[in-house]
Design a protein around this ligand. Structure first.
Ligand code: GLN
Length: 581
């Protein structure tokens, strides 16, 4: 696709021009195409799930895809966001703390992302202000339009150049009409104008109401939402309708005539039992083909690659839809009211379950006021227990009670980050006899600080506090269960997000009483995986293996738990699909 005349004007600009739009060197309009997904009516509809499913289908056709999420808030990253309000904080390998949607993209695409894939308004404004201070705007008044929108386009085009993607999938956070994302939407309109037709495909994700008092679907809210997008100069190419039930033709027709989008591109995206069933549905509705057509990508797709990808994925979906076994996994947590707070954990359980043709029911256990007797009642009949990551004192004693129950009653146990720390505290108190042992995060004046900040962390703490974040290699001790679970690998890469860790002064006391540290930081006394050899599956890790679990490559920690919950040897299939992309 040749560059538009406008684009040439922009690229050749010298001196004063109203066409302020930064274009990174090497950028060729038309080389990378864009699919841009907006939400209307309300947020939380699954823009990320839709965008990642579609991206997966194009990836399966041999196209190189790169997702990017544009967040409306001013925080520089998601690190300080309360999962109760905003869903879980997802951590990338490079240490960036992001919105949970990045997890959806990593899982669906089986691709590690970086900070380039995550943008907030805070980052955009920060960059603009830094440029202003450096005098980069040539004496101009710095304006939302064109400078802020220019910065947004720069992020997208930088990603296009860096990744050499065929298609960049852009997800605009929030809903159309929010003040917060107005700059983004304007920037997307400009991008489409500058890069020219056939290079940008706009998708409006909307919601079809079905009020129980009426018993039928209503399209008005969807119409008004899309109207808002049209008012902002964006004509969608595709409308995806979220709904509880399949969207009727009547509704699709109404939307089609109202928005000038052909019926074949107004698609029903009704509820499924698993998000992983969505790619197949989109494929059936030929949404991927529509996008290839709209973006004129026919010459770049590889039909043979598609067949292989489709077959593998269908096998995975079959194992989700028709499981042969069922187990109940109890998950303790403070944020049990909001499932999004544990999005990656739930997915990791699902991946492991699918690998073993097992449906995993999750039983939530609120540990806020949980006593030891209460833990016994709450965990009665559970086939496995997970104590996940967490912060602060609330519910900590209840979690320790759950760990004790699992250890003493031989119930498979998986501890994740905080759940690893609580397993240490429980073992120190009840096996090593260290009365009052605790984490200094919970009891600063404990006589036995078995979990503590390392000296180096104390220093950092004084400077405003920070955590150990991102991917790190973990050394696995040979001959341990962990080593078997990882197929004998000497090091494995895991992701971290924590401030406290096992106090090295207590390592000998703990191991002397039978605890085995099967993973540690290379060259440092930092303990990262533990196990109890006389228990069928009592494993915990300082890391968050849920962040690296993928549909076709479940985390061995989770596979081990589900296998043990099924009463099997914990060493299940390590890698359901070794052919990595
Ligand atoms: N609060 C603990 C720490 O900071 C555990 C963190 C977590 O579970 N992510 O070390």
């Amino acid at each position: 696709m040749p560059a538009t005349e406008l684009f040439r004007d922009i690229a050749n600009q010298t001196g004063e021009t109203e066409f302020y739009t930064p274009v990174p060197s090497g950028y060729q309009p038309g080389r990378t195409k864009y699919v841009i997904v907006f939400g209307t009516v309300m947020s939380g509809l699954g823009k990320g799930i839709f965008a990642s499913s579609l991206a997966k289908l194009l990836q399966d056709q041999g196209l190189r895809v790169a997702p990017i999420k544009l967040e409306g808030y001013l925080n520089i990253d998601s690190g300080t966001l309360n999962p109760y309000r905003h869903g879980e904080v997802f951590v990338l390998d490079d240490g960036m703390e992001t919105d949970m949607d990045l997890g959806t993209y990593e899982r669906m695409l089986d691709q590690d992302l970086t900070r380039d894939n995550f943008v907030t308004n805070g980052q955009i404004f920060w960059a603009v202000l830094e440029r202003e201070r450096r005098g980069e705007y040539l004496g101009r008044d710095v304006q939302i339009l064109p400078h802020v929108t220019g910065e947004v386009k720069r992020k997208l085009r930088d990603l296009a150049v860096k990744t050499a993607a065929d298609v960049v999938f852009v997800e605009i956070g929030g809903t159309v009409g929010d003040f917060e994302n107005a700059c983004y939407i304007e920037a997307m309109r400009e991008l489409a104008y500058e890069d020219g037709p056939e290079n940008v495909c706009f998708v409006a994700l909307t919601f079809i109401l079905e009020p129980s008092i009426l018993g039928e679907q209503k399209s008005k809210a969807a119409q008004l939402g899309i109207k808002r997008l049209l008012e902002m100069g964006i004509q969608p190419h595709i409308i995806a309708c979220r709904a509880a039930n399949p969207v009727t033709d009547k509704i699709r027709e109404k939307l089609s005539i109202y928005t000038s989008v052909p019926m074949s591109r107004v698609i029903s995206m009704h509820d499924e039992s698993s998000i992983y069933l969505l790619p197949t549905r989109l494929q059936r509705d030929q949404v991927d083909r529509q996008v290839v057509h709209i973006l004129n990508l026919n010459d770049r797709v590889d039909p043979r690659a598609e067949q292989k990808g489709t077959r593998t994925w269908e096998g995975f979906c079959r194992r989700i839809r028709q499981p042969k076994h069922e187990v109940t996994i109890a998950v303790t947590g403070k944020y049990t009211a909001v499932r999004d707070s544990y999005a990656s954990l739930l997915k990791a359980v699902e991946h492991a379950g699918a690998g073993l043709e097992t449906h995993c029911n999750v039983r939530w256990v609120d540990t806020t006021d949980l006593t030891e007797d209460g833990a016994a009642i709450a965990l009665e009949g559970a086939d496995g227990v997970i104590v996940p990551g967490g912060f602060g004192v609330r519910g900590a004693e209840g979690k320790i009670a759950c760990v004790r129950y699992a250890r003493e009653n031989i119930v498979p146990y998986l501890g994740l980050c905080f759940g690893f720390q609580m397993a240490i505290v429980e073992f120190a108190r009840n096996v090593c006899g260290l009365q009052g042992a605790d984490s200094t995060e919970i009891a600063a004046s404990t006589p036995h600080p078995v979990i503590d900040l390392l000296p180096e962390q104390y220093e950092v703490e004084g400077l405003g506090g920070t955590m150990r974040l991102g991917g790190s290699d973990v050394e696995v001790a040979p001959g341990t269960l962990a080593s078997k679970m990882f197929g004998g690998a000497e090091t494995v890469r895991l992701r971290f997000r924590h401030r406290y860790e096992v106090n090295p002064e207590y390592i000998d006391r703990l191991t002397g009483a039978g605890l085995v540290f099967s993973g540690k930081a290379p060259g440092q006394p930092i303990m990262q995986i533990l196990e109890l050899p006389d228990h069928p599956y009592f494993v915990a890790t300082q890391s968050h293996p849920e962040f690296t679990s993928r549909p076709l490559r479940p985390s061995p920690f989770y596979t081990g738990l589900v296998a043990a919950a099924l009463g099997r040897n914990a060493v299940g299939p390590v890698d359901a699909n070794p052919s990595r992309r």
